[in-house]
Design a protein around this ligand. Structure first.
Ligand code: FES
Length: 781
């Protein structure tokens, strides 16, 4: 059989040729199914679809961030061309699904998104929480004494649908019909119905279209509905105010699309989450014992097994993605489920780690201008469902069962989820008040504290002048996720415990993991330099911490990842910068890579791990000790390495002066910039450089309060710290979620949302990135 070719005439690889997103492999676990692609061929041509398939996190995120180069216009296009008969049937219903929030290009999209987003604010969503709790409890009431239930059939489909209808302001009726309609819409758009199925699907979709139209007409003509609650009535009112922005055809299309978007994704995500959590009893037990872990667990479940497996984009110009040239007009399937398991972004990505501190980096809600508007509603529902099960049915078990999925590229959740339990052990039989008990719920992304990971200090060793190593292990009964060379953790200090130390407002410090990631994957070794003049963290770790103490950490994360495919490595460490280099050198040795390690320091007494490094690396390690007159000659080192081992990657960690010198030398000798890697701990609070920013204050007009915004802080975070609930999505100035009105003061606009004209009025800003030009702004808050 002839090997299929890509659009540029290259043979398609075996993996790409076999790619079938409608087959069971993809449906059961799209991330595992595409592991080969993430590792070897992150962009490939699918002859089956006629699409380029993109599978790595960074590329997918970059595509989401650039809606101009990567148009969303094909997001709702039928991925399987419809038969002439089905097309005719759809036409008979007047079906004309047009642009919606998910498939509209700029510049039309952003004004509409902004005109329609107010009901998605945390304050507005708060009003729906009692309904979600009531519906969840009532559903559980119906099966709690039965000992066995299909959670999809008996709760997780119906409750999100009812919530979606309430949110939209749609009358609660025809639920079974709507369910059939929305499945048909999924199959019609993202599935591969056989020719004989297409006609039935077309009729269901046609009915759905007409139903949406009827509901819309009723809303328009009935003042009680039009002026009532719900997103659709709100949209109709916005249409009256901005008829050019919110048009008729837009509302009809949105009416249909949003029922699916608001309901089906949450139903699937909730079923996926419960399936994952119950399949790991130890994790489920932790959630039941500590419901404060639930918010982060929700995002980790969305990452691990999200309900939106893939989106589509159209390349509007010639582009290169992961080294593959893609022509303008090409269609892309961007597999978010694969990006969510990319080890370049997530440590130990296949593990379900409910304390993962970057779980919210998942792509399940998209990113940027088209990021899911309803994501906080989805998060809120999922939290309520999990809280309800954890409180009322903590003894739930997953039943033995095969899992089936509606075959399609994009929306994914089990059709059934059977669970069982012993009703005699229902906690409510002992304590009837449990049914109504509530764990407080916060609408929005999980707080950073929710991802805190407890560890115990297992060993402390003084290893050099002013340097001690700590071995951190999991508390009894718990495990730690694996880590990789170059990874780090953030140690959080208890403010009370650290009282008296000048620890500042952010009591957290990053420490590289410094050991053998293959030899001790279940312990976190770090080394801490005592800095008496520092902000207090190292003093506390040196002077107060004892073996057996408990610490709270975040991570592990890895921003300094070793390229294990590199032909050779030049590892350079200065002082305590040896810590990440230790794990890299050991990993390189394990893999049999070619490497050289250069360790620089002031004096031998202050250099940690020297003997262990000598023992492990022998002649591959060279010491450069200043007070012994053996300083490293970086220009000579790089020149020599360059000629001996072309393609060598440099990894360096040390004092800023050393890293600056290295950068200058590397540039002088023409070392490729992408082959020089230096360690820098990225602030997880903000990427602002305080040396380039100034502090300012904002007055909140509604209350007259004044909020200070520090030079290293975003306005958004200052407002949130002051207790204001401000919505945000991208936090990069791309999506328009965090808009705040400005009454006075000059704004330094840094977003990509506002038009030039809007900027000129100075009446609004994006609080995630924009700042005051001067010392003060007055905000309409
Ligand atoms: Fe997206 Fe601010 S959060 S623009």
């Amino acid at each position: 059989m002839a090997v299929p070719l890509t659009p540029v005439g290259c043979p398609v690889s075996a993996g790409a040729a076999a790619f079938d997103p409608f087959g069971d492999g993809y449906q059961q676990n799209p991330a595992a199914y595409l592991r080969w692609s993430r590792a070897q061929e992150p962009v490939f041509w699918s002859p089956l679809l006629g699409y380029w398939v993109v599978t790595r996190h960074a590329s997918i995120r970059a595509i989401f961030r650039d809606p101009h180069t990567f148009s969303p216009s094909i997001a709702l296009e039928k991925i399987t061309p419809t038969s002439a008969e089905a097309t005719a049937a759809l036409a008979g219903y007047g079906f004309a699904l047009n642009r919606t929030l998910v498939n509209e290009d700029e510049p039309a999209h952003m004004p509409r998104r902004r005109a329609l987003m107010a009901p998605f604010s945390p304050d507005a969503l708060q009003a729906h929480e009692p309904l979600v709790r009531r519906l969840a409890n009532e559903a559980v009431d119906r099966f709690i004494d039965s000992g066995r239930a299909d959670l999809v059939e008996q709760m997780l489909w119906e409750v999100p649908l009812t919530v979606a209808l309430h949110f939209l302001g749609v009358p609660e009726e025809d639920m079974p019909t709507l369910r059939r309609y929305s499945i048909a819409h999924t199959v019609n758009t993202w599935g591969r119905p056989k020719p004989d199925e297409q006609l039935a699907v077309a009729h269901a979709v046609g009915h759905f279209w007409q139903y949406a139209g009827r509901v819309l007409d009723k809303m328009r003509t009935d003042p009680a509905i039009r002026n009532g609650p719900g997103w659709m009535p709100y949209s109709i009112r916005q249409q009256a105010r901005q008829p050019d922005v919110v048009t008729d055809s837009y509302l009809h299309s949105m009416m249909m699309a949003i029922i699916v978007a608001a309901h089906e994704t949450t139903a699937h995500a909730s079923a996926n989450a419960m399936k994952q959590l119950l399949s790991q009893p130890q994790v489920w037990r932790q959630l039941c014992e500590d419901p404060a872990l639930i918010p982060n667990a929700v995002d980790e479940c969305l990452r691990h097994d999200g309900s939106v497996a893939a989106w589509r984009r159209l390349a509007t110009s010639d582009v290169v993605i992961d080294g593959v040239s893609i022509a303008a007009g090409s269609k892309l399937l961007i597999v978010t489920a694969s990006g969510n398991h990319d080890p370049r972004r997530f440590e130990d990505p296949d593990a379900l780690d409910i304390r993962r501190d970057n779980a919210t980096d998942h792509l399940t809600f998209g990113h940027g201008a088209h990021q899911c508007l309803g994501r906080e509603l989805a998060r809120m529902e999922m939290q309520v469902f999990i809280q309800t099960f954890a409180r009322r049915l903590p003894h739930l078990r997953l039943s033995e069962q095969p899992f089936s999925y509606v075959p399609n590229t994009s929306f994914r959740g089990p059709e059934h989820l059977w669970v069982e339990w012993d009703p005699a052990l229902n906690p409510e039989r002992r304590d009837s008040l449990l049914r109504g008990a509530q764990t407080p719920l916060r609408i929005g992304e999980p707080l950073r504290r929710a991802a805190m990971r407890p560890v115990v200090v297992d060993r402390i060793t003084e290893i050099a002048d002013g340097v001690r190593s700590l071995r951190l292990v999991a508390p009894p009964g718990q495990t730690l996720p694996r880590w990789t060379a170059g990874g780090h953790i953030d140690v959080e200090f208890d403010v009370d415990a650290a009282a008296g130390l000048s620890i500042g407002t952010r009591p957290s410090r990053s420490y590289s993991l410094c050991g053998d990631p293959d030899g001790e994957p279940d312990a976190y070794p770090i080394a801490v330099l005592h800095e008496p003049e520092g902000r207090g963290g190292s003093r506390w770790l040196h002077e107060t911490l004892r073996v057996g103490d408990r610490l709270d950490i975040r991570g592990p994360r890895n921003h300094f990842r070793l390229d294990e495919q590199a032909p050779a490595l030049l590892l350079i460490a200065g002082g305590i910068g040896i810590t990440p280099i230790i794990s890299m050198a050991l990993r390189a040795k394990t893999l049999g890579m070619s490497y050289a390690l250069h360790y620089c320091g002031r004096s031998r007494r202050a250099m940690a791990f020297v003997d262990a490094l000598k023992a492990a690396h022998g002649s591959q390690m060279k010491l450069h000790v200043a007070d012994e007159g053996t300083r490293a000659d970086l220009p000579a080192l790089l020149a020599q390495m360059r000629s001996a081992e072309p393609g060598t990657h440099v990894y360096a960690c040390g004092p800023p002066r050393m890293l600056q010198a290295l950068a200058a030398v590397a540039s002088d000798v023409g070392w490729p910039a992408d082959a020089v890697h230096t360690e820098h701990f990225v602030s997880t609070l903000t990427e602002l450089d305080p040396s380039l920013e100034h502090a300012f204050e904002v007055e909140l007009a509604d209350t007259g309060r004044t909020v200070q915004v520090a030079a290293d802080q975003t306005l958004l975070s200052a407002l949130r710290n002051a207790g204001l609930a401000i919505l945000s999505d991208c936090e990069e100035g791309l999506c328009g979620s965090c808009e705040v009105s400005v009454l006075q003061g000059e704004v330094d606009h840094r977003d990509q949302v506002l038009t030039t004209a809007e900027r000129a009025t100075g009446s609004k800003l994006m609080s995630c990135c924009s700042r005051a030009r001067g010392g003060r702004l007055v905000l309409g808050l």
